[in-house]
Design a protein around this ligand. Structure first.
Ligand SMILES: C[S@@+](CC[C@H](N)C(=O)[O-])C[C@H]1O[C@@H](n2cnc3c(N)ncnc32)[C@H](O)[C@@H]1O
Length: 287
């Protein structure tokens, strides 16, 4: 029988030689998952059971084939909460935690004790579920169109015991935008990659759904459509919060200003990139 240490060295070398950038990290995650041990390398001489070895080797082979680590593991963490992921749903990214920070700050600064929040293009539900967990008095809704993503969204709400209203629908539909009532905060991380970026995707990202990534020629189609459409679903003085891609901030600021939004504030992600924006619908008594 092979030992943990021997198998770890073999698998991480195989991954590294195959060009997997974070070969050691990915191997460690696979070992943690298969051995059920946070520190599998603390006992390098321990024998690996034949079934477990087979499972590890199969996961390593999938990783080498270009499948994202998160899909192989089937679960990934966002803001400290677990989210089920797999083919057909976007993997939650750490950059998106900037949006969570923004919304929590907005609620605190504006003393919104029980805000009505809607997450458009919800995917795995990482934004809607996390906001419900962090702001338990909030009334949170989540809209998603993809049937596969909706399956994960429902699972993740249940997994995290988050009582949110899941709406299967098209965020570009006028009827939908006009039917859900009035919100204090609308939050969205819509598809925002440009046509050129879509042609040059990393191997792993190519495995994620095109519908979660493609934002039209310049990546801004959703912002142009959602801003006027969902402005009507915001209460006077309510907030619209977006995530967007690197370098898109000026154009998104223009779209928001062009639609009459005020107090347009941008935030940077942990990498220092301008990543999110919150903008206020003008109070009615201010004109
Ligand atoms: C960039 S992903 C964001 C997913 C998730 N909010 C996150 O931050 O990880 C965009 C999501 O929008 C969904 N989507 C694309 N077009 C849509 C539409 N017209 N109506 C509703 N959802 C849509 C995709 O299926 C995908 O789940």
């Amino acid at each position: 029988m092979v030992s943990v240490g021997e198998l770890y060295r073999e698998c991480s070398t195989e991954m590294s030689v195959s060009g997997i950038v974070d070969a050691e990290f990915d191997t460690l995650c696979i070992f943690q998952d298969c051995l059920g041990d946070k520190n599998p390398l603390f006992r390098p001489l321990e024998a690996v059971h034949a079934d477990t070895e087979k499972r590890i080797r199969s996961m390593v082979a999938r990783r080498i084939s270009g499948e994202p680590l998160q899909y192989i593991l089937g679960e990934w963490e966002f803001w400290g909460y677990p989210f089920k992921v797999g083919e057909g749903v976007l993997i939650p990214r750490p950059d998106t935690e900037t949006l969570i920070d923004d919304v929590i700050r907005l609620c605190r600064e504006n003393k919104l004790a029980a805000p009505r929040i809607i997450d458009l293009c919800s995917g795995s539900g990482c934004i809607a579920v996390t906001l419900k967990k962090e702001l338990p008095s909030a009334d949170v809704a989540a809209v998603e169109l993809s049937q596969k993503a909706l399956g994960y969204l429902r699972q993740n709400a249940e997994l995290n015991d988050a009582d949110i209203n899941i709406v299967a629908g098209d965020v570009l539909s006028r009827e939908l935008a006009e039917s859900l009532g009035s919100f204090d905060i609308i939050v969205s991380n819509p598809p925002y990659l440009t046509a050129e970026e879509m042609n040059n995707l990393q191997t792993e990202v190519r495995r994620e759904p095109e519908m979660a990534l493609a934002g039209g020629n310049d990546g801004l189609d959703f912002y142009r459509a959602l801003t006027p459409l969902w402005k009507k679903a915001l209460r006077s003085g309510g907030w619209l919060c977006y995530e967007f891609g690197m370098g898109q901030h000026d154009e998104i600021g223009n779209i928001l200003a062009g639609n009459g939004f005020v107090n347009i504030n941008f935030s940077r992600d942990l990498g220092g990139i301008v990543r999110t924006v919150c903008a206020q619908k003008q109070e009615e008594n201010n004109g």
